[in-house]
Design a protein around this ligand. Structure first.
Ligand SMILES: [Zn+2]
Ligand SMILES: [Zn+2]
Length: 363
């Protein structure tokens, strides 16, 4: 490892509004481990919620989980053979990759039933409590240590950093949220909350042939932007009753709730028509309870489900989707600017103050 002389820098989140840059030693790579240099990391809404204290996170930690990196070192090859990407091919030094937000064991009951993101011994990048000698486990650093059980996807050279970073959280999560909905051709889809998740969902629903892609956001400017991402119509929640009428007579076939706001969750359930599905995705921070009229769930035969993170195949599908569509939809423009790791405090402040869809941080 020629680069062992270079220090590794990590931005350690210690308490709300407090991030401190720290230099740490080069980790000794164990079997199945990979070290990447971080090329860039975009700040996801959850990072902002963690930073402000709205969302609970084990501290100290290195935040950031929408990461793109380049492999700089591989641990020793053991009995399990070389480390492979999701497509089965071995990874090599120099590969540009994104990886799943959770490193999973592959053996516990949840991994075996197809929920590796809920692995009982899973380690979540950008969320793990700092451990001596194993510090770089988040995107806000010069390097990131990838543990065994991390699903990696090699990136096509044509995909820019602005597009690849969100793949490991927002894009893959939307793929996972849409999967149980099946074929969207000819269906009426509504999407509440037009941030990164919502805009991505508009584009995917459009590409899947949905007849209606209705983007809904309380801010008219955010709603308007969805038109560039495949929305066939946009609305604010106040417009909905007039637009959709009686849900028992019309309503939407699939409603995705991406904002996590309690009022939006209630409105999403209200907007689903007979046989409709409501997929909750944005509720990843405490936002209070929502009243539910069970008679409406029964009479309209609604399905309400939650999606949190995703499985490896969803990440691979996310990268394939972006490869096919990143020029058709202005995904690259959603990263407002890149700020240096040395100014990570300012990056968080700017992300919160500007309400930009994404701010990027890179070493
Ligand atoms: Zn995220
Ligand atoms: Zn497991």
């Amino acid at each position: 490892m020629a680069e062992t002389a270079l220090p590794i820098t990590v931005a350690v989140f210690e308490a709300p509004q407090q991030v401190r840059l720290r230099q740490v030693g080069w980790p000794v790579l164990r079997e199945g481990e990979v070290l990447v240099e971080v090329l860039g990391c975009t700040l996801c809404g959850s990072d902002l919620h963690s930073f402000t204290g709205r969302r609970e996170v084990a501290v100290p930690t290195v935040l950031g989980h929408e990461i793109t990196g380049r492999i700089v070192a591989l641990g020793p090859v053991g009995g399990a053979g070389p480390v492979t990407a999701v497509d089965g091919g071995p990874v090599a030094v120099g590969d540009r990759v994104v990886w799943a937000v959770v490193a999973s064991c592959g053996a516990c009951d949840r991994c075996r039933r197809g929920l590796p993101q809920k692995c009982r011994s899973g380690v979540k990048y950008g969320h793990a409590r700092l451990a001596e000698g194993r510090e770089p486990l988040g995107g806000l650093g010069s390097h990131c240590l990838l543990l065994p059980g991390t699903s990696m996807v090699r990136l096509p050279a044509a995909l820019p950093l602005e597009v690849t970073c969100p793949a490991g959280c927002a894009t893959a999560t939307v793929v996972a949220a849409l999967e149980p909905a099946g074929d969207l051709a000819g269906r009426r889809v509504g999407i509440f909350g037009l941030g990164m998740l919502g805009l991505t969902a508009c584009a995917m629903a459009h590409e899947a042939g949905a007849e209606v892609v209705l983007g809904i956001d309380p801010e008219p400017a955010r709603a308007e932007r969805a038109k560039a991402f495949g929305a066939t119509a946009v609305a604010t929640p106040a417009d909905l009753p007039a637009l959709l009428g009686d849900p028992a007579a019309g309503g939407l076939d699939l409603v995705l709730e991406m904002s996590g706001a309690a009022a939006a969750v209630a409105a999403a359930i209200e907007a689903a028509g007979v046989g409709g599905c409501v997929h909750l995705v944005g509720s990843v921070f405490p936002a209070g309870s929502v009243a539910l009229d069970p008679e409406q769930v029964v009479r309209r035969q609604l399905t309400i489900r939650g999606t949190h993170n995703y499985a490896p195949r969803h990440l691979q599908q996310a990268v394939a989707f972006l490869e096919g569509c990143h020029e058709r939809f202005p995904f690259a423009e959603l990263v407002d600017c890149w700020m240096p790791l040395a100014e990570v405090d300012a990056a968080f402040d700017h992300a919160i103050a500007s309400r930009a869809i994404r701010i990027g941080v890179r070493p």
